[in-house]
Design a protein around this ligand. Structure first.
Ligand code: HEC
Length: 137
């Protein structure tokens, strides 16, 4: 290894290991929590799927889907289907506040999953959904 490639390798290691780089990743703490929960809920669970998360968001249950209030586009602002109140975009790329407050995310999962599915979401459903939101560019 010459001196330049050694320097590049060292920089790469530092960048990957830097805690601030990890903390800046939106949703990463949530994904860790849901991953641990999904491993307990489902024997054989391996990983979340952004594609499944996208399907989950658009899936209709009766007349309602997540998109009923959040629109089909996670980068767009939505409107509450019943009250008409404006809702800011869900994707962190369009709204930096999203997925940064675990208690808030849990509160809204609880309410919205009950509204749409008439039950709580599973850890897998929540993780898939978060994996999809953070993948939106
Ligand atoms: C009846 C309207 C409605 C439906 C349907 C709905 N939501 Fe929401 N959602 C809201 C409102 C209102 C908020 C809170 C206002 C805000 O944060 O802008 C919210 C906030 C959220 C948040 C909080 C994100 C954060 O970091 O602040 C998540 C996650 C979320 N919704 C996911 C979902 C999912 C998943 C579904 C489908 C299972 C869904 N929502 C269906 C109205 C809805």
């Amino acid at each position: 290894m010459n001196r330049i490639s050694l320097l590049l390798a060292a920089t790469a290691v530092l960048t990957i290991a830097s805690p601030s780089a990890l903390a800046a990743q939106p949703g990463s703490a949530l994904l860790d929590t849901y991953h641990a929960a999904a491993m307990k809920e489902e024997p054989g669970f391996r990983d979340f799927s952004a594609r499944r998360g996208e399907q989950f968001f658009h899936a209709k249950h009766g007349d309602t889907s997540c998109a009923s209030c959040h629109t089909d586009n996670p980068k767009a602002g939505g409107k509450h289907a019943k009250t008409g109140k404006a809702i800011e975009p869900l994707a962190p790329v369009a709204n930096a506040k999203r997925l940064s407050d675990a208690a808030k995310v849990e509160k809204w999962f609880k309410r919205n999953c009950n509204d749409v599915l008439q039950r709580a979401c599973t850890a897998r459903e929540k993780g898939d959904f978060v994996a999809w939101l953070v993948s939106v560019k």
